[in-house]
Ligand binder design. Structure first.
Ligand code: CA
Length: 225
């Protein structure tokens, strides 16, 4: 966790520790970046406002370096959320300050649970030109590997698991993010938008206005390419 306010850092460590999550604290951005590059964390909680190098720059450098460790941002500003979740930074989730330790703990545990889900047999799912492997958590368009964040992969895998079925935003929130409380559906929309951007013009995700999304080929001719 990268957080320069020691009271917050200590409190979060306490909460996560109770849940069996061990926490390493960095109090500035450069230290956080170095630690993230040298160790294999399950997840990074990143404050935006950090000394030396701010949290968004830490994230940008990690992603530029193909480090896809899940990142949960802490931000005091609502207007930063799109940028945090968007293509530029590719974070997995966020909490806005002031946040409750319980809320952050729930999100951290949810992401760790999802990304550590292992022992499932390798399962290749394919729709149109897009192929995913649910065990190795990799994704390809044609044969080009696409780098997805943990949450992007989970959204895609959830949609791919039932092709053609319309999935509501609420269902995605509950099953992918792991909480049903009203988080606001903007989170879902931002992640789907960036998934589409990464998958390109043949992204097999259809928007069903006012309802949600479904995984299907954009062009029927792509079913048997
Ligand atoms: Ca701060």
């Amino acid at each position: 966790m990268a957080e320069d306010e020691s009271a917050i850092a200590d409190l979060i460590s306490l909460y996560l520790g109770r849940e069996g999550v061990s926490v390493q604290i960095a109090t500035d951005g450069q230290t956080a970046l170095t630690a993230a590059n040298n160790e294999n964390f399950d997840l990074i909680v990143l404050d935006v406002g950090l000394p030396v190098m701010d949290g968004t720059e830490v994230c940008r450098r990690l992603r530029a370096d193909e480090n896809w460790t899940p990142i949960v941002f802490c931000t005091a500003r609502d207007d930063e959320i799109d940028r945090i979740l968007g293509l530029e930074l590719g974070a997995d989730d966020y909490v806005t300050k002031p946040f409750s330790p319980r809320e952050l703990t729930a999100r951290v545990k949810s992401i760790i649970r999802r990304t550590k889900r292992q022992g499932e047999q390798s399962k290749i799912l394919r729709i149109g030109q897009v192929r995913i492997d649910t065990e190795t958590r990799r994704c390809w368009v044609h044969d080009r590997a696409i780098s997805l964040t943990a949450i992007e992969f989970d959204v895609l895998a959830y949609l791919f698991a039932s092709p053609g079925r319309v999935v509501t935003r609420e269902e995605l929130l509950e099953n992918v993010w792991g909480y049903s409380e009203a988080l606001g559906t903007r989170t879902v929309d931002v992640h789907v938008a960036q998934l589409r951007a990464k998958l390109g013009p043949h992204a097999p995700i259809r928007t069903v206005r006012g309802v949600g999304y479904s995984a299907e080929v954009a062009d029927p001719q792509e079913i048997n390419p």
